[in-house]
Ligand binder design. Structure first.
Ligand code: NAD
Length: 267
């Protein structure tokens, strides 16, 4: 089995990374930074976002595992002191001495960004946001080629089901179980009065439905794709849809979504 480790870069994560490599070599796992079977992120949820974007071109052939160095993350279920156990399970899997672990797949969002200076496409694990830098954003929101609303406010967030517990939650969006292939559109401080009107509620769109956001004035915008910031002053439109590709997480033991939600927000 070929593996790669991406750590957060702080002292603890780097030390754990070194420990991981040492134990992995002792257990016959092969380090491969070009085409690993498993990518292990050591740090927090942000490190998993980073790992995801680093291997974005190989998503169909990679399974991810997360080790957290602080509190339990949404993408990181292994504790630092459980690294020997994790390596043992990976090594047993490689030798075929155990039943294949469960692999869960989570939906992603595909974006087509159209600018006056050219087009580009992106994939998000958590969410895409469009925000104003120096004033109110004016944007037309279309759903499946039909004009839906003219948005005025701070911005718009489009999240995946696994990202629904992140920024989307802070915006009052619903939490979606990642087995649901959908995307969620939430407003960031929309202006609503007798002149301007938006729906004011989060929207959940199923797979194959499309949400297009058109910039409706010359404006300095900040587009975010997970942890990545893209300042933009020539945006024409962004088209958002549930992606064909999914991310895979290898589960050597159960990590139920609702348990994570309860542990993170209630316990
Ligand atoms: P960061 O360090 O500011 O992390 C923000 C927090 O989001 C961390 O506590 C992290 O554990 C948590 N988080 C990330 N993904 C999550 C998920 N899927 N479910 C629940 N919590 C999650 O920034 P970062 O590490 O670069 O992460 C970028 C993410 O931060 C973005 O994808 C966005 O979701 C989140 N964010 C949240 C807010 C907000 O809630 N107001 C604002 C900006 C960004």
């Amino acid at each position: 089995m070929k593996y790669f480790v991406l750590d957060r870069g702080d002292e603890i994560s780097v030390e754990l990374s070194e420990l991981f490599h040492r134990l992995a070599a002792e257990n016959g796992l092969e380090l491969d930074e070009k085409s690993p079977d498993i990518v292990v992120s050591i740090g927090g949820d942000g490190t998993m976002l980073h790992a995801f974007h680093t291997f974005i071109d190989q998503i169909p052939s990679i399974a991810f595992v997360g080790i957290h160095t602080g509190h339990l993350g949404f993408y990181a279920d292994w504790k630092a002191d459980e690294i020997p156990e994790l390596i043992h399970m990976m090594s047993n899997q490689a030798k075929g001495e155990t039943i294949e672990p469960r692999v869960v797949q989570y939906p992603l969002i595909h974006l087509e960004i159209c600018k006056r200076s050219g087009n580009s496409s992106y994939i998000c694990l958590n969410e895409f946001t469009l925000k104003g830098v120096d004033g109110t954003v004016v944007a037309q929101v279309d759903i499946n080629d039909q004009m839906f609303e003219m948005f005025r406010g701070d911005g718009i967030c489009v999240s995946t089901p696994s990202g629904s517990t992140a920024y989307n939650k802070s915006l009052g969006g619903a939490m979606l179980h990642p087995s649901i292939e959908a995307l969620q559109v939430t407003e960031i401080a929309s202006i609503n009065n007798r002149v301007f009107r938006t729906l004011g509620s989060p929207l959940v769109l199923p797979k194959h439905h499309r949400c297009d956001i058109y910039s409706r004035k010359e404006q300095n915008l900040l587009l975010t794709i997970d942890h990545v910031n893209l300042p933009m002053d020539d945006l024409i439109s962004v088209s958002c849809q549930v992606a064909e590709r999914k991310i895979s997480f290898v589960r050597y033991r159960p990590f139920p979504f609702w348990t994570r939600v309860r542990n993170a927000f209630l316990d």
